[in-house]
Design a protein around this ligand. Structure first.
Ligand code: G6P
Length: 614
C-alpha cells in the first residue's frame, strides 16, 4: 500500500528510483513521483497521476540530474488520485520534500494548528500536513532536519514510513518508520531505501530493517545511524537477503500472476523441503518442535488473517480440529483487533500473512501478545514485520509473490498448515499411523499432481472463453473445499471485476438459490470426501433450476459428468489436501476470464498487494 524508494550514493539516482518503483508498483499505482536533489542543491520534484509508465514519460524532458532522491508510488487513502495529491509533497516554502506510506490519523488537528500559524496547503492529503509540520518545527526550533523530523513525529498519531530530503543538501536523507515497512539496503558507499527489501536486491543483499519508532539518518560517506523518537541511539543488524533477481522477473510469462500459478509445483517443493522427509515420511518443523510443550498444552488456536490468508486459515481450522483435535477459530484481523476478544494464556494465536506487513494482522498480533497469548506466524516474506513480531513461526517459502491476486502463497499456506497439524498430531497421538502416512505421502505427491493440473490450462482457458459473458458467478464447495470456493470466487472478483460469491454448497438453498438461472454459472467443487453424495444433490438442485454447472471433480469420476455441463478433472489426493489441487484450476479460470475481458490482472483496479493501512 504505497511504495517508497530512496537512493543516495555516486550513481544517478533517477533510473534507480524508477526501477525501484516498478518493483513496488504492486503496492499501489494511482500516481507516482520523484524528488531529486541536484549537485548544486536544487530540489526538483516531478509527479503525476497514473502508473510508473506515465511518470517515466513525464520525466523524459526534465532535469533529472542528482545522486540523491526519493520516489513514491501511491495507493490513495486521503484525496483522489491526481497530480496534486501525488507524492512527493513539499513543505509550503518548497524547501523540504517528503514521501509517505501510511496514514496520519490526527492530521486534521495538526492541519488546523498549522493553518492557524499561516501555513497554506496544496493537496488534500494527510502527508502534506506532516511535511509542513517538519518545516514548521525546523523553523521554530532552528534545528537540523533529523531533529525536526523527530520532533514532528512525536506529535503524530498514525502509521508511516517516510523519507525526507531538503533543498541545498545533497548529502542526506532522513527516513522513519511506524507500522509501515521500511528496509535500508547498505551498498558500497551508497544506501537504498525501500518499502520492500526484495526490490533492491539487484544492488545489495545487505539489509537493515528499520523498526517502529526509529529514525534513520542516511548520510553520504557516513555509517548509517538509527535513533529512537526519544533521541536514543538504536542498534541495528545487517541481514543478508536470500532472493535472486530472477524471482522478481516475469521469466517469459505475460504476467506475474500466470508465472506464479505455474510455479506452484516448484513452490510446494520449496515449501516442504527439509520438512517432510521423503524416506521416512516424517514431518519436522522447528517452530513446532522448539515449542512443543506449548502446542501440546494449547487450549485453542485462533487464526488471525485477512483476504486470501483468511481463506487459507479456514482450511487451517479444519486441519487443526480434524488432525490434532485442537479447537480452532478463524478471525478477520480487522475485526479481532477492535473486539476485546477472549484470549487465554494457553491459547495460541496464529497470524497468517503472505506479505507479513498487513496492518490489521500486525495490530491483532500486538493485541494477542498483550493478552499473554503465544503468537505463531505463517508468513511468506522473510524478515517482514509480522515474522519479526511473532514468538515463533514457519515460513511459507514460496518466493516473492508479485501478482496482486494471491495464488502460490495460498497453496503454500495450506501446505504449511497441513505440515503443522501433522507435526503436532504425531506428538499428541491424535491420528493413526496410517492416516499420518497418507497425509505425509499426499504432501510429497503434490508437486507431480500440480504439474498434471497445470496441463489443464488450455482446457480451462477454453472454458473461460465460454463464460466471459457472465456478470455473476457462484462457487460451491463443502468441508475442506468450502474455503476453496470462497477463494475461487475472490480470485474472479479481484481480477475480472465479475461479481462472484462462494458458498457452502448445502447452504445455497437458504438464499443464493434464488439467483440461479441460465445466466449465472455455478462452479461446483465435488471431490471424494464425506459430503461427496450430498454435493451431487446440491448440483442437481442447481441443474433443476436451469443453472449451468462447471464441476471440478476427481479424475475418473463417472457420475459428475452426467449431471453437469462442463468438468475439470483433477488428480485426487487425500481430502484435507484437496484444496491445494482444486484451487489451481480456479486460479486459471479467473485468470483467463480476466484476460479475455481485457483486464490488467497484475494490477487490478483499486487493489494493492500489501495493505499497510487499516
Ligand atoms: C490484500 C491482497 C490479498 C491478500 C490480503 C492479505 O488484500 O490483495 O491478496 O490476501 O491483502 O494480505 P497478507 O499479505 O496479509 O496475506
Amino acid at each position: 500500500m504505497c511504495g517508497i524508494v530512496g537512493y543516495i550514493g555516486d550513481r544517478d539516482a533517477c533510473p534507480i528510483l524508477i526501477k525501484g518503483l516498478r518493483r513496488l508498483e504492486y503496492r499501489g499505482y494511482d500516481s507516482a513521483g520523484v524528488a531529486l536533489v541536484g549537485g548544486d542543491g536544487s530540489l526538483n520534484v516531478y509527479k503525476c497521476k497514473g502508473k510508473i509508465d506515465a511518470l517515466e514519460h513525464f520525466l523524459a524532458d526534465k532535469d533529472t540530474a542528482g545522486t540523491v532522491g526519493i520516489a513514491h508510488t501511491r495507493w490513495a487513502t486521503h484525496g483522489e488520485p491526481n497530480d496534486t495529491n501525488a507524492h512527493p509533497h513539499f513543505s509550503a516554502d518548497g524547501r523540504i520534500a517528503m514521501i509517505h506510506n501510511g496514514i496520519i490519523e490526527n492530521y486534521r488537528v495538526l492541519k488546523d494548528a498549522l493553518t492557524a500559524a499561516g501555513v497554506t496547503f496544496r493537496s488534500e492529503t494527510d502527508s502534506e500536513v506532516l511535511v509542513n509540520l517538519i518545516e514548521y518545527v525546523r523553523d521554530t526550533e532552528g534545528c537540523t532536519l533529523e531533529e525536526a523530523v523527530r520532533l514532528a513525529l512525536k506529535k503524530v498519531v498514525g502509521a508511516y514510513a517516510i523519507a525526507v530530503v531538503e533543498k541545498g543538501n545533497n548529502d542526506k536523507i532522513i527516513a522513519a518508520r511506524q507500522s509501515s515497512p521500511m528496509a535500508i539496503g547498505v551498498g558500497k558507499g551508497e544506501y537504498f531505501i525501500s518499502s520492500d527489501a526484495s526490490s533492491i536486491v539487484e544492488y545489495t543483499h545487505d539489509i537493515v530493517y528499520v523498526e517502529d519508532g526509529e529514525i534513520a539518518v542516511i548520510e553520504r560517506g557516513k555509517p548509517l545511524q538509527l535513533v529512537t523518537l526519544d533521541n536514543e541511539e538504536a542498534e541495528y543488524r545487517v541481514t543478508k537477503l536470500d532472493i535472486s533477481i530472477s524471482d522478481l522477473e516475469k521469466g517469459g510469462y505475460p504476467t506475474f500472476m500466470l508465472k506464479e500459478i505455474n510455479e506452484q509445483p516448484r513452490t510446494i517443493v520449496d515449501c516442504i523441503r527439509g520438512r517432510v522427509n521423503a524416506d521416512s515420511g516424517r514431518v519436522i518443523l522447528s517452530g513446532i518442535r522448539d515449542n512443543i510443550d506449548r502446542w501440546l498444552a494449547a487450549r485453542r488456536v485462533v487464526f488471525v488473517a485477512c483476504g486470501t490468508s483468511w481463506h487459507a486459515s479456514l482450511i487451517g481450522k479444519q486441519l487443526f480440529e480434524n488432525i490434532c483435535r485442537i479447537p480452532a477459530e478463524v478471525e478477520y484481523a480487522s475485526e479481532f483487533r477492535y473486539r476485546n476478544p477472549v484470549l487465554f494464556p494457553d491459547d495460541i494465536v496464529i497470524a497468517v500473512s503472505q506479505s507479513g506487513e498487513t496492518a490489521d494482522t500486525l495490530a491483532a498480533i500486538s493485541l494477542a501478545r498483550k493478552a499473554g497469548a503465544f503468537v505463531y506466524g505463517i508468513c511468506n516474506v522473510i524478515g517482514s514485520s509480522i515474522a519479526r513480531a511473532t514468538d515463533s513461526g514457519t515460513y511459507v517459502h514460496v518466493g516473492p509473490e508479485i501478482g496482486v491476486a494471491s495464488t502460490k502463497a495460498f497453496t503454500g499456506q495450506v501446505t504449511v498448515m497441513a505440515m503443522m497439524a501433522l507435526a503436532i498430531a504425531e506428538r499428541k497421538g491424535t491420528v493413526s499411523k496410517e492416516y499420518y502416512d497418507e497425509v505425509a505421502q499426499g504432501l510429497l505427491s503434490l508437486p507431480e499432481k500440480l504439474k498434471e493440473v497445470l496441463e489443464l490450462s488450455g482446457q480451462v482457458a477454453d472454458l473461460a472463453k465460454i463464460f466471459t459473458y457472465a456478470h455473476n458467478f457462484i462457487y460451491l464447495g463443502r468441508g475442506y473445499n468450502y474455503p476453496t470456493a470462497l477463494e475461487g470466487a475472490l480470485k474472479l472478483k479481484e481480477i475480472s471485476y465479475i461479481h462472484a460469491e462462494g458458498y457452502p454448497a448445502a447452504e445455497m438453498k437458504h438464499g443464493p438459490i434464488a439467483l440461479i438461472d441460465a445466466e449465472m454459472p455455478t462452479v461446483a467443487i465435488v471431490t471424494p470426501d464425506v459430503t461427496y453424495e450430498k454435493t451431487l444433490s446440491n448440483i442437481e438442485e442447481v441443474k433443476a433450476r436451469g443453472g449451468k454447472v462447471i464441476a471440478v471433480m476427481a479424475k475418473g469420476d463417472a457420475t459428475v459428468p452426467g449431471i453437469t455441463d462442463y468438468v475439470i478433472e483433477v488428480p485426487a489426493v487425500i481430502d484435507c489436501l484437496m484444496p491445494i489441487i482444486v484451487s489451481v484450476p480456479l486460479q486459471l479460470l479467473a485468470y483467463y476470464i480476466a484476460v479475455y475481458k481485457g483486464r490488467n490482472v497484475d494490477q487490478p483496479r483499486n487493489l494493492a498487494k500489501s495493505v499497510t493501512v487499516e
